[in-house]
Design a protein around this ligand. Structure first.
Ligand SMILES: [Zn+2]
Length: 173
């Protein structure tokens, strides 16, 4: 399995992409041609942006790699990915993302990527759980939110409390 590789300069502009960038960009609501554009165009959701800003600041300050695992489902596939961030002396950051596990399955969230219904569901961009009062697995969310085949919601990416806490402790360790 090849890695998703990309690099931003110290102003957060994407200067290089490689590997299976497309899947990552799609999963984050972006488009594949990214070079020359700000990283922030590809990160949806206020909480997710804030978390990324914290991660980038930490990796640039410490110049140590920051590593975390996140979930990234696509149409027909359930993925668990590991992300490694590594800054250099002038503040550019390399992102290296590799698959921990890939399961071919018709994931619900994968189908939601193209959803067009007026309903919006908030999905944690790290663990893939869905906000339905509590953060629950997508299968449970369908029941709790009363979603049906004919009513595919639109996705909104966020971050759940436990992932936010985990990331914060990972970068402040
Ligand atoms: Zn989460």
């Amino acid at each position: 399995m090849s890695a998703v590789l990309y690099r931003i300069d110290r102003h957060d502009t994407i200067v290089e992409t490689g590997g299976v960038w497309d899947a990552f960009a799609r999963a984050n609501g972006g488009v594949p041609s990214a070079v020359g554009r700000p990283l922030w165009h590809f990160i949806a959701g206020k909480d997710v942006r804030a978390t990324w800003a914290l991660l980038l600041r930490r990796v640039r300050e410490g110049r140590i790699p920051v590593v975390f695992v996140y979930r990234c489902d696509g149409p027909g596939v359930r993925r668990l990915m590991q992300m490694e961030l590594l800054a250099d002396r002038i503040g550019s950051v390399q992102f290296r993302s590799t698959a921990v596990s890939i399961t071919e399955t018709d994931t619900i969230v994968g189908r939601w990527e193209t959803g067009s219904a007026r309903d919006t569901v908030l999905v944690c961009g790290w663990c893939g759980r869905v906000h339905a009062g509590d953060w629950v697995q997508p299968e449970q969310a369908i029941e709790l939110l009363g979603l049906h085949e004919s009513r595919q919601p639109r996705l909104s990416h966020g971050i759940c409390e436990s992932c936010a806490a985990e990331l914060k402790s990972a970068v402040s360790a």
